[in-house]
Design a protein around this ligand. Structure first.
Ligand code: XMP
Length: 508
């Protein structure tokens, strides 16, 4: 595969490495994250175009703190140190790092001299440090200082080395992206060629060389990742790919049609639709326990999927993304099928080779790729949706009529959110039917005895933690009025104001 030479972002154990890698890619330069435990020889073996040392939580002079081997700086590869990486660089090259007692945290003015990274003047930058560099290594020019950091940046342009105490990768450093770009373009002399067009060309070539003339299958769920992965594989190998869509009858209004009609129209993909809704409903009859529901749905999904896979299939497409790869500690190598894949995971005895064309991409890149491949916007910007679908949003037994009620309420919430222009401000907006709870109401002239609907809009970055979204009251009121007016059996709408933790995003 003709991947460009990477900029390696060395992760010193905080949250910064992914952000740096994303900013480098925003500069249209390909980047990868590597652990600080990787040896310099291994890094150099990747033929990096440059190396960025990230921030991290340790003190460089503490016993056991991750260090940088000074031979990195003699390898002729441009290096940029950020925060901890800056201090580790200073120490490795003979400068000094100390705890002077003057911590800086948050927006901080720094005085800059004209340099390869920035022009002269005062700029506000984001600082987060207890230690600071007190003397730059020999041969380096000090190019910035702040109240708490006498050496807030240094560089040795002839050797392609530079570093900053602050965080250019965060949005709170307004000039930060420009500094990163000046390092990449001016100091490291890298051309910005990591564009969507090139990503597609590279991926197409890689897929072709992996699968040859073999038959490939991809399970579509209606979600973004599988949709983009399949579209990319289709671009590479056309009708060697068969997509299988198991309609378990637990999707939201319009979603099955989106896959069967709009997606096929946009891509020309060969799609096998398995209408298994009857089978799923009978298997779920009488079941109220959430984990039991998940197990049943997982099992039925696998049965339906297996039966639909053409017998000569050798490859299985998975929409694995780069954060999954980084978080599972993997860089290269062969991946296992993720156990949390869509609906319950696929069985161990399905012997496919995996095709994972999104393994190097972040979610926002996957969305951009989807747009570039001509997928419908509604699909590309869809909120995450759990594999077991509406079954875990009906608290109680799942039945056809309860699904109908929940679908109608959910559609109203989605329509109103979209109409208010707030789709992209919300991570997910589960709508939950408390089917086993009844509430008294008065509608028209009579008493009703119906069910409550819970609205659960949340804001989140990654679903690991979340907060309830502060949606405008007028919007909540419109949703509530429409649901109680338009959806039978519902006489009450409540808003879930719990963060995660302690709550989870889903109710089950
Ligand atoms: P929780 O409810 O654990 O959800 O805060 C975190 C994220 O995972 C989704 N979710 C699931 N996705 N199968 C899935 O594919 C599941 O069984 C499942 N349960 C929760 C949830 O929608 C949220 O995005």
């Amino acid at each position: 595969m003709t991947m460009p030479r990477p900029v390696l972002v060395v992760d010193f154990g905080a949250q910064y490495a992914q952000l740096i890698a994303r900013r480098v890619r925003e500069a249209r330069v390909y980047s990868e994250i590597v652990p600080h435990s990787m040896s310099i020889d291994e890094m150099l073996a990747r033929n990096p175009a440059a190396i960025i040392l990230s921030g991290g939580p340790s003190s460089v002079y503490e016993a056991g703190a991750p260090q940088v081997d000074a031979k990195l700086f003699d390898a002729g590869v441009p290096v940029f140190g950020i925060c901890y990486g800056f201090q580790a660089m200073a120490q490795a090259l003979g400068g000094t790092v100390a705890h002077t007692g003057s911590r800086e945290f948050g927006g901080t003015p720094v005085l800059l001299s004209a340099s390869a990274l920035f022009g002269a003047g005062e700029q506000n930058v984001w600082m987060s440090h207890g230690d600071c560099v007190t003397a730059a290594p020999a041969g380096f020019t000090v190019t910035a200082s702040s109240g708490g950091a006498p050496v807030a940046a240094f560089e040795n342009v002839a050797q392609g080395l530079a570093g900053v105490q602050f965080h250019p990768e965060v949005k709170h450093t307004p000039g930060g992206q420009t500094m990163l770009e000046r390092f990449l373009y001016e100091i490291a002399k890298i051309e910005p060629t990591w564009t969507m067009g090139n990503i597609i060309d590279d991926a197409v070539e890689a897929i072709r060389s992996q699968v040859g003339s073999g038959a490939v299958v991809c399970g579509l769920s209606g979600g973004v990742d599988s949709a983009v992965a399949a579209a990319l594989v289709h671009r590479a190998v056309g009708d060697q790919l068969t997509c299988v869509f198991v309609d378990h009858g637990l999707l939201r209004a319009g979603e099955a049609e989106q896959v069967e009609r709009d997606y096929v129209a946009a891509t020309g993909i060969k799609l096998k639709v398995v209408d298994a809704s009857g089978r799923f409903l009978s298997a779920l009859a009488g079941v109220t326990d959430p984990e039991q529901k998940r197990k049943i749905i997982g099992r039925e999904f696998i049965r339906a999927f297996e039966a639909a896979v053409p017998s000569d299939t050798r490859f299985l497409v998975q929409g694995t993304l780069y954060p999954d790869v980084v978080e599972s500690g993997g860089g290269t190598g062969t991946a296992n099928i993720k156990s949390h894949h869509n609906v319950g995971g696929l069985p161990d005895d399905m012997q496919f080779q995996l095709v994972e064309p999104l393994r190097t991409l972040f979610k926002d890149e996957v969305r951009a790729l989807g747009v570039e491949l001509g997928l419908p916007e509604a699909m590309v910007y869809r909120h995450p949706f759990p594999g077991p679908g509406l079954a875990i949003r009906i608290i109680g037994e799942v039945t056809a009529s309860r699904l109908e009620v929940l679908r109608a309420a959910d559609l109203i919430a989605r329509e109103e959110l979209t109409a208010s222009g707030l789709d992209r401000d919300v991570w997910q907006f589960p709508v939950v039917l408390l089917a086993d709870v009844r509430s008294v109401g008065v509608q028209g002239d009579g008493r009703t005895y119906g069910h409550p609907i819970v609205l659960r809009p949340v804001s989140s970055e990654d679903a690991m933690t979340a907060d309830w979204s502060r949606l405008p009251y007028e919007l909540i009121a419109r949703i509530s009025t429409r649901i109680t007016n338009e959806v039978r059996d519902v006489n009450r709408v409540v808003l879930d104001v719990t963060s995660k933790p302690p709550g989870t995003i889903e109710w089950e």
